[in-house]
Design a protein around this ligand. Structure first.
Ligand code: CMC
Length: 393
């Protein structure tokens, strides 16, 4: 069968050509469509970055207005989709609800979920707006159902992040009006997650898309990959880790010893590609104090533990020699916590942020006339040929 290169989990294999994201893990560089993440996070809102990731350029004023209008139009869910979400048990994990709901969207929009890439691409703008806008509504509805609360409906007057907060937190007679700082924190969180080249979930999206599947089916598969604790689930795991350390009366030093002895893993540390500070972690950390102060949080025991852990790990040989630095999840959970977004929703927040990346990557596969079905090989290590009893000698 010829020679097959062994590369466990494709750790060193370029599986595609892509024009979307550039990462230099050794130098800690991340760029979307050529623009440094530091500049984007300073000057742009999430939907501008989403437009950039999906369409390749930052939007002009007219393009932004059109994109915004499309997102507003797509914000509500069909009644059947609402019932679908309401029928899950209240304690369902929101990632299970999210992946099922995204897949179900395909059933409501058969003209863009035909599993014929050429036909699906004719409605790509509509599909992108549906996926990006409705992922937020699905997430907020899921949260409301889990708390036994009535659903909120999107408001035309609100921006993407503000509408999300309204959908989540408005209660009858008392509308949630996001302060600019809170809206900024959500925008920042989402745009830092918008795209990250061939990570586990995005590779999954491309793999599924390579077979000809539609955007919703491909994105739903991405959500399932993201759910894992070594990937998107890490932000939830970080808060659980910090809470457990706090409840045990530890300042972080005992936990760090356990991490070095292989008894625990310091969640929010380490990255397959970044062997330097994750640039996203730097940005979140930089805006952290301002965001917390604006929320009136001046002392948070979990934050103290996080700072202790970071400082201790960054000066410890175990972490230095393995090039383990904080990743984006180390601080992002603390921001979500401060915004009163429950821990089970953190990975869903990651998924909302990552939707532009999944849409753009799906589009790259679907619109590439030379794209082939992805079909990795393997190294067989099972038994040599042997005979079923009754056969052979
Ligand atoms: N705590 C303690 N030791 C660690 C950690 C950690 N967080 N991460 C890696 N190591 C050790 C690991 O035990 C191994 O040691 P040794 O060489 O002695 O066996 C060495 O460092 C190399 O680790 P690896 O597991 O081969 O590294 P990887 O590239 O396969 O894993 C990772 C990358 C992100 C899965 C891993 O660092 C990890 O599990 N981190 C914690 C989970 C986490 O924060 N994930 C979020 C990643 S960023 C956002 C995203 O992608 O979703």
């Amino acid at each position: 069968t010829g020679y097959i290169t062994y590369d466990e989990g494709f750790g060193n294999t370029g599986s595609c050509q892509s024009e979307i994201t550039y990462i230099d893990g050794e130098a800690g560089i991340l760029r979307y469509r050529g623009y440094p993440i530091e500049q984007l996070s300073e000057n742009c809102r999430f939907i501008d970055v989403a437009y950039l990731v999906i369409y390749g350029e930052l939007p002009s004023t007219a393009e932004r207005a059109r994109f915004s209008a499309a997102l507003t139009e797509q914000a509500p869910l069909r009644a059947g989709m609402e019932r679908f979400i309401q029928n899950f048990p209240r304690d369902a994990h929101p990632m299970a609800v999210l992946s099922s709901s995204l897949n179900a969207l395909g059933a409501y929009y058969p003209h863009i979920a035909s599993n014929n890439h050429q036909r699906d691409l004719e409605h790509f703008d509509e599909a992108a707006a549906i996926a990006l806008s409705k992922v937020r509504t699905i997430a907020a509805h899921t949260y409301r159902v889990s708390g036994g609360l009535p659903l909120n409906y999107p408001k035309k007057s609100l921006g993407y992040a503000e509408n999300f907060l309204h959908l989540m937190f408005s209660v009858p007679y008392d509308e949630y009006n996001a302060t600019p700082e809170v809206a900024r924190a959500i925008n920042l969180f989402l745009l830092l997650h918008a795209e990250h080249e061939q990570n586990c979930s995005t590779s999954t999206v491309r793999m599924v898309a390579s077979a000809g599947a539609n955007l919703f089916a491909s994105a739903a598969a991405g959500v399932n990959a993201l759910w894992g604790p070594l990937h998107g689930g890490a932000n939830q795991a970080v808060i659980q880790m910090l809470t457990a350390i706090h409840e045990a009366g530890d300042d972080g030093s005992k936990f760090l010893e356990d991490a070095k002895n292989g008894k625990a893993r310091l969640m929010g540390f380490g990255h397959r590609v970044y062997k330097n500070y994750d640039p996203r972690a730097k940005i979140i950390k930089g805006s952290f104090d301002a965001a917390l102060a604006s929320l009136g949080i001046t002392n948070d025991p979990l934050l103290d533990i996080a700072r202790n852990l970071e400082q201790a790990a960054l000066s410890d040989d175990y972490f230095i020699s393995r090039k383990l630095y904080p990743n984006v999840d180390f601080y992002s959970g603390l921001i979500m916590n401060a915004l009163k977004i429950p821990a089970e929703m953190f990975t869903v927040m990651f998924a909302i942020g990552r939707m532009p990346g999944w849409i753009a990557q799906w589009h790259e596969v679907a619109s590439n006339p030379k794209a082939k079905i992805n079909r990795p090989r393997q190294i067989y290590v099972g038994p040599a040929k042997r005979d079923v009893p009754g056969f052979g000698e």
